[in-house]
Design a protein around this ligand. Structure first.
Ligand code: GSH
Length: 197
């Protein structure tokens, strides 16, 4: 299997870490989404990464579907079997991905619009979701009691992207990120190799 990704992409970091955590042999290939290469568009009409190419050539996207696929393929190494614990892991992932969505919207507004068309109220709205989400993580510290789940992996991917693109703007809203990352790296020592860069 192969994952199409880019080194900066937080959702790609999430699924690549998850594949490693699940113990599945998965190769990775860098694609540039802006160039819309045939390999990407032919496998995901949305032109987004990550995309997982299975051994039979068929594609799985988006990152949430890939996580669930990797979990099934590994016999349940990414999400708890207990129903309530699984729901909590999936909600944590949804929160981390949702904050990441807002960060991406923020970055794309500034990257793809001409300067005079950048809409500050839109940036502010996205940022307010980010700060509320991070404040929620601060008020509800993530527990590692039941081992590493896809939820933890998504939060680690979010933290990596915050560090890459928003350095100095978020750390005080979620000071608990240090304790989170320290626990995460204990369970997943390869984090520096996989986080957005
Ligand atoms: N919901 C999707 C989001 C994927 C996404 O937005 N990926 C970004 C890179 S991090 C991308 O491909 N951007 C290029 C584009 O939107 O054209 C997922 O979870 O995989």
């Amino acid at each position: 299997m192969k994952i199409l990704y880019s080194p900066a992409s937080p959702y790609s970091a999430k699924v690549r870490m998850a594949a490693r955590q699940a113990g599945l042999p998965v190769e990775s290939e860098i694609v540039k989404t802006d160039d819309e290469p045939a390999l990407l568009i032919g496998n995901n009409p949305l032109g987004k990464i990550p995309v997982l190419l299975r051994d039979d050539g068929s594609a799985v996207f988006d990152s949430r579907a890939i996580m669930q696929f990797l979990d099934r393929a590994s016999g349940g190494k990414l999400y708890p079997t207990d129903a309530e614990a699984r729901t909590q892991a999936e909600v944590l992932e949804a929160l981390a991905d949702g904050i990441t969505d807002c960060l991406l919207a923020h970055v794309y507004e500034r990257r793809f619009r001409p300067e005079e068309k950048i809409h500050q109220p839109w940036l502010d709205k996205q940022w307010s979701k980010v700060t509320r989400g991070l404040a929620h993580l601060e008020a509800n510290p993530v527990s590692f009691e039941n081992g590493l789940t896809g939820g933890h992996v998504a939060v680690a991917a979010l933290a990596g992207y915050l560090g890459l693109r928003f350095a100095g703007q978020w750390e005080q809203i979620w000071p608990g990120h240090r304790a989170f990352l320290s626990s995460y790296e204990t369970l997943f020592p390869a984090y520096p190799e996989f986080k957005s860069q």
